[in-house]
Design a protein around this ligand. Structure first.
Ligand SMILES: [Cu+2]
Length: 311
């Protein structure tokens, strides 16, 4: 089993460029906790023995007289301030302040909703088509793509499926239609809340291609797919808000893109607004390959990915 600083953490395979750093930090924190646990445990047992009733029949109401504990507390505060100001804040600022260049990154919009993940690819032109919440139709047009916008003609929308290339910086614009969801890709060591009204950039670089046993569609039967999990309790059916993601080699990613590229000019006209809540049904956009239609259905016991696109 893979170990970090000697600890077998039993985590899913770390398949992104930053995974090792996070796992090492995780192991360090575990070691720190082990040391604290053992240290305080020894002190606890010592105290039980040292201050037993037989040796101290009468309680001391004065307590300790020295300043050791005062200096000790001050030292702990000082160390924690240094950890926070000198290490934690600068490291986090570097992480959130260095969004990869949009020109060189693979950009995908991910929009969470109760209870599905919609992914929006900009298509061959690299430009996301205009979206409008008034154009959203259940299942048919889950993101409200504007059929009149030329930039959106080649856009690709999938439900509960995310396909990514290996060794490329991935930049995901993460948002939510309704409530707070938690976008989690365990093998990428990525976890970020999706918050309605905000678009949050999430980026990482996959360094491993999804192994065959975890690739679609075969992984559905063995339940070994790489899953997009929702990491926030977001409603009654939160437990089955999960999608599937797969990292391809460069050729495989291009193949997936071309096989799923929409036949242009077939979006339905927007319906008259009904005021009814939109629920994902998993239907594909007209012209879209149904590979993008893995959405859970009402009454499903389990969300499983669809069969592969027919070649
Ligand atoms: Cu959710």
């Amino acid at each position: 089993m893979e170990t970090h600083y000697g600890l077998p953490l039993n985590l899913p395979v770390g398949a992104s460029a930053h995974a090792d750093q996070l796992d090492n930090l995780n192991a360090l924190v575990h070691w720190f906790m082990i040391v604290l646990f053992v240290g305080w445990g020894i002190f606890f047992v010592y105290s039980l023995f040292r201050f037993r009733k037989g040796r101290n029949p009468v309680a001391s109401y004065e307590g300790a007289k020295g300043h050791f504990s005062t200096y000790g507390e001050a030292g702990v505060v000082l160390i924690e301030v240094v950890l926070l100001v000198a290490f934690a804040v600068p490291i986090w600022a570097t992480r959130v302040g260095t969004v990869p260049d949009e020109q060189n990154a693979i950009r995908v919009r991910v929009v969470a909703e109760q209870f599905a993940w919609n992914a929006h690819y900009p298509g061959a032109d690299g430009v996301f088509g205009r979206t409008d919440s008034k154009l959203i139709t259940a299942g048919m047009n889950p993101l409200g793509l504007d059929p009149k916008d030329a930039a959106g003609k080649d856009d690709l929308v999938t439900i509960n499926q995310l396909h990514l290339p290996v060794n490329r910086k991935i930049l995901i614009d993460l948002s939510s239609k309704d409530v707070i969801h938690g976008f989690a890709l365990p093998q990428m060591r990525v976890k970020q809340d999706a918050i309605p009204g905000q678009t949050i950039p999430v980026w990482f670089e996959p360094i491993l291609v999804t192994p065959p046993e975890s690739s679609l569609p075969g992984c559905a039967a063995t339940k070994t797919c790489w899953e997009i999990a929702c990491a926030q309790l977001c409603g009654l059916t939160h437990y089955r808000m999960r999608g599937f993601y797969q990292v391809h080699d460069a050729a495989g990613y291009e193949k997936w893109l071309s096989e799923n590229a929409p036949k242009v000019a077939a979006l339905p006209p927007p319906p008259a607004p009904t005021g009814e809540p939109v629920t994902p049904t998993g239907a594909a956009l007209p012209g879209e390959n149904p590979a993008g239609s893995g959405g859970p259905q009402p009454g499903d016991q389990d969300a499983t990915p669809p069969p592969p696109p027919a070649n």
